[in-house]
Write a protein that binds this ligand. Structure first.
Ligand code: NDP
Ligand code: MG
Ligand code: MG
Length: 341
């Protein structure tokens, strides 16, 4: 079973006298930087020339420098720019400014695990990954609540990497909720698999194919939208609160019997085989190579796929319906921004 750490397991002294450079002031960056600073840690935010994030960091009372200057000054460099630009930022601003005994800190393992960043042997490499979008990491901290997180040590040159990572997790509020020990490999592979097979990829395909099946059979697009997309939220909320059991308990017996008998008819053993194929491409690096090449080429297929998704009929139907009903009045807009999974 996984080890879980709480406040009592962490000693914030391990980073209390260190300087942390937070590179990037986006979803994770703004939360880590402000929580660390409020926990008494010396923070410098690293932002490029002309950065659109500079005003926000300064008005939050933080010191801002270039990524290179911030890295040079820091003992811990927290790399919180988007994953696709990290190798470039690392090569230009971080690597030349790393001293022996410094720490490279990440919130996702992709670039280390797939060797896009290859740190020198004399630095610590850690990951503290909140399992939540950044605005919640900040909001929870401010309201004395925690955000669950992951901790991994990839390289422990000083021998102190684990204590320091735990102290970092405590300073951003994660040990209040619980921090699970993992590895860069496990975090990266499960994260990619989850978002591809289930959370982002699997669910959207299921929704679209359900919708198309009903509409092609002559049912109204509005009914198809409600049944196959809108109601998904109610089901997911129940699963989130109390697992599959709470969901099954809450739906009608007819829904439960139909679901239990027909679910595996739709998502059958072929889906399982396909999932294994998806996992294999994550494990053998094929997906990573494809995504890196796609970025290097200027994202041609990504752009095309994005546009095709926007053009799906279910999107236009949904836009119209959401405008007609009052059920979305009290949405918290923030929840919708940048929900990294
Ligand atoms: P964001 O996309 O929110 O980061 C944006 C920030 O990065 C901005 O301050 C932006 O500044 C800066 N930036 C962008 N491009 C560059 C560049 N080329 N050079 C310098 N700065 C740049 O990132 P996230 O917070 O989403 O992700 C950061 C890390 O956290 C990733 O590793 C991600 O996987 C991980 N993570 C993210 C989660 C989330 O909820 N978003 C959850 C858990 C982990 P500018 O104004 O200059 O563009
Ligand atoms: Mg995830
Ligand atoms: Mg992800």
């Amino acid at each position: 079973d996984s080890t879980v750490y709480y406040d009592d397991d962490a000693d914030e002294e391990a980073i209390a006298h260190k300087t942390v450079a937070v590179l990037g002031y986006g979803s994770q960056g703004h939360a880590h930087a402000q929580n660390l600073a409020d926990s008494g840690v010396d923070v410098v935010v690293g932002l490029r020339e002309g950065s659109s994030s500079r005003a926000a960091a300064e008005s939050d009372g933080l010191r801002v420098a270039t990524p290179a200057d911030a890295a040079a000054e820091a003992d811990i460099v927290s790399v919180l720019v988007p994953d696709t630009v990290q190798p470039d930022v690392y090569e230009n601003a971080v690597e030349p400014n790393l001293d022996a005994g410094d720490t490279l800190q990440f919130a996702h393992g992709f670039n280390i695990h797939y060797n896009q960043i290859q740190p020198p042997a004399d630095v610590d490499v850690t990951m503290v990954a909140p399992k939540s979008p950044g605005h919640l990491v900040r909001r929870n901290y401010e309201s004395d609540q925690g955000t669950p997180g992951l901790l991994a040590v990839y390289q422990n040159a000083t021998g102190d990497a684990h204590d320091e990572g735990l102290a970092y997790a405590a300073a951003i509020g994660c040990t209040r909720a619980g921090v699970v020990e993992t590895t860069f490999r496990e975090e990266t592979e499960t994260d990619l698999f989850g978002e591809q097979a289930v959370l982002c990829g699997g669910v959207t395909s299921l929704v679209k194919q359900g919708y198309e099946t009903l509409v092609d059979a002559g049912y109204s697009p509005e009914m198809a939208y409600f049944e196959c997309l809108n109601e998904l939220k109610l089901i997911v909320d129940l699963m989130y609160e109390g697992g599959l059991g709470e969901m099954w308990d809450s739906v009608s017996d007819t829904a439960e019997y139909g679901g239990l008998t027909q679910g595996d008819v739709v998502v059958d053993e072929h889906a399982r085989e396909n999932m294994e194929e998806v996992l294999e491409k994550v494990q053998n690096g094929q997906f990573a190579r494809e995504w890196i090449a796609e970025n290097q080429a200027g994202r041609p297929s990504y752009t095309q796929l994005r546009n095709a998704e926007k053009d799906h009929e279910i999107e236009a139907v949904g836009d119209e319906l959401r405008g007609l009903f009052a059920w979305e009045e009290s949405t918290d807009d923030e929840e919708e921004e940048s929900a990294e999974v």
